[in-house]
Design a protein around this ligand. Structure first.
Ligand SMILES: C[S@@+](CC[C@H](N)C(=O)[O-])C[C@H]1O[C@@H](n2cnc3c(N)ncnc32)[C@H](O)[C@@H]1O
Length: 202
């Protein structure tokens, strides 16, 4: 897996993967922290609604973690197919325990893998953890079929993120700026505590 130079330190995707695999052993704490007293859970559902999922859609879940969004995608139809990608083998293992049909799981770095063509792609708090986030954005965008949609729910760096995240990976990453620069058809919705939802149309 690739290395990225950041703040003169060399961070590897493997390090991020190990960090999240550690958390995958503590699902209760992970779920408690990641729902952020219900606030993030509420916005996650809102972000998924913005994907405008249709029954026959193929959905790419970027940094799917323990697969906590899979059932929410299925609310839009049993025909929905899910591709969950995560660099952490522990998270992929947790995802595989979900009792959800039509799910394909891939363990790897989203920035450096060949992706299948999909109708919709979503990232729930994953882009701020992805080292080569610009490369990943291009890769995911290029995987979208015409008329497809990419929805990103994330945070701009702020003091709360130090508690929530693997600090080394997201520092100095202004995702909103990058997304605005890269894509023309984009809508950004901003929420308290640096949270945003970006809706990108292809
Ligand atoms: C904060 S967690 C969010 C997980 C999930 N989306 C959720 O809502 O619970 C970020 C996830 O991104 C994954 N991740 C980080 N860098 C990645 C990369 N380069 N490629 C694929 N997954 C990555 C991590 O392993 C982790 O599971």
């Amino acid at each position: 897996m690739n290395k990225v130079n950041k703040n003169k330190k060399s961070i590897k995707v493997k390090e991020i993967a190990e960090f999240y695999s550690y958390w995958s052993n503590y699902p209760r704490y992970y779920n408690f922290l990641s729902c952020f007293f219900g606030y993030h859970e509420y916005l996650k559902r809102k972000a998924i609604k913005m994907l405008d999922i249709k029954d026959n859609n193929i959905i790419l879940d970027i940094g799917c973690g323990p697969g906590s969004s899979f059932k929410l995608f299925k609310k839009y139809g049993e025909g929905v197919q899910i591709i969950g990608v995560d660099c952490s083998s522990g998270m992929i293992e947790k995802s595989s325990k979900r009792k959800v049909d039509k799910v394909k799981l891939i363990c790897g770095d989203i920035a450096n893998m060949k992706l299948l063509r999909v109708n919709k792609a979503v990232s729930i708090k994953s882009f701020s953890a992805i080292l080569e986030h610009e490369k990943a954005l291009d890769n995911v965008y290029n995987s979208l079929l015409k008329g497809g949609k990419l929805v990103i729910f994330d945070m701009v760096p702020n003091k709360f993120m130090k508690f929530l995240r693997y600090g080394k990976s997201y520092q100095e990453k202004d995702l909103v700026k990058v997304i605005k620069r890269k894509f023309k058809k984009v809508k950004i919705l901003k929420y308290p505590l640096g949270v945003f939802i970006a809706v990108i149309d292809r």
